[in-house]
Design a protein around this ligand. Sequence first.
Ligand code: 5RP
Length: 225
Amino acid sequence: MTNFDAEKAIAAAKAVDEVRDGMLVGLGTGSTAAYAVRSLSERIKRGLRITAVATSQATEALARRLAVPLVPFQQLSALDLMIDGADEIDDRFQAIKGGGGALLREKVIAAASTRVIIIVDSSKLVAQLGKFPLPVEVVPFASEFVRARLAELGARVTLRSTDGTPFLTDQGNYILDAALDKIPAPRAIAATVAAIPGVAEHGLFLGEIDTIIIARGDMVEVRHR
Ligand SMILES: O=C(CO)[C@H](O)[C@H](O)COP(=O)(O)O
């Protein structure tokens, strides 16, 4: 386990402490969120009664394997709590997400949740967003059109792929990773990108996050908005 893995596990356990009997809990995607699923599973084994919603097929598979009770989100419109990771987060509770390609479902679940807790290791806290390329989910039909529009904004744009095969999201869309280096005005970029026809969602989470849990070594810091 790397130091960052240990921090992820500590932050995840702290977030899972916030889960109470009867809650409907949104489960994020990625390696940090996976620690939260494991931690939640341990509490369920000790008697916690909750129902969860997964933000991706990967998280769904993990939760099923660990006997975390799941319900499809299609039957719901609101959740109590979401626990998820992030690729970058600043001290204004603004984040870039989507490194795992689940940004669209993550944004829906975040919007549906009364409270959103983001759990991160110490490498994820930044003074300004933008070092991590902004993931933009696009319908495949529009991918070249959207790529050109993002390039006009000054981004170096890469179609996410493995060995030349485009990565497909759980919705069957593509991801364009838009490297901007710095995003000094996240709200303006978010509005501009969201307005490009063919964009399904972007990875800027600007108003959704209520609590950040950051682990540094074996210390954990909880910040509330
Ligand atoms: O947004 C995400 C998935 O879409 C993840 O939360 C983000 O990529 C962080 O992943 P990890 O915890 O593996 O570093």
